[in-house]
Design a protein around this ligand. Structure first.
Ligand SMILES: [Zn+2]
Length: 85
């Protein structure tokens, strides 16, 4: 199966799992992860709307509103195993 937009193999890991509303993006139906941004940025992008978005869709909306930082930062929240690093 091919992706509908690009001539690359379809990747099933990018499909959202509908077993829970937060497991898929309500904009693109792609996989969603547990993530957050600070309230100031969320409100600047989303205004009064509340929705469940994947990080990519959130970034697309932010950039459409002129919020275009040099880079987006990915970080861990909470404990994570540091073994082997
Ligand atoms: Zn999405």
């Amino acid at each position: 199966m091919k992706n509908q937009y690009y001539d690359i193999p379809f990747n099933p890991k990018l499909i959202g799992n509908k077993d829970h509303p937060e497991h898929y993006c309500h904009k693109c139906n792609g996989r969603n992860i547990i993530w957050n941004v600070d309230n100031k940025l969320w409100n600047a992008v989303m205004g009064n709307h509340s929705d469940i978005l994947c990080p990519i869709c959130f970034i697309e909306l932010a950039e459409a509103k002129g919020i275009k930082p040099a880079a987006w930062r990915l970080s861990c929240e909470g404990n994570w195993p540091e073994k082997g690093i």
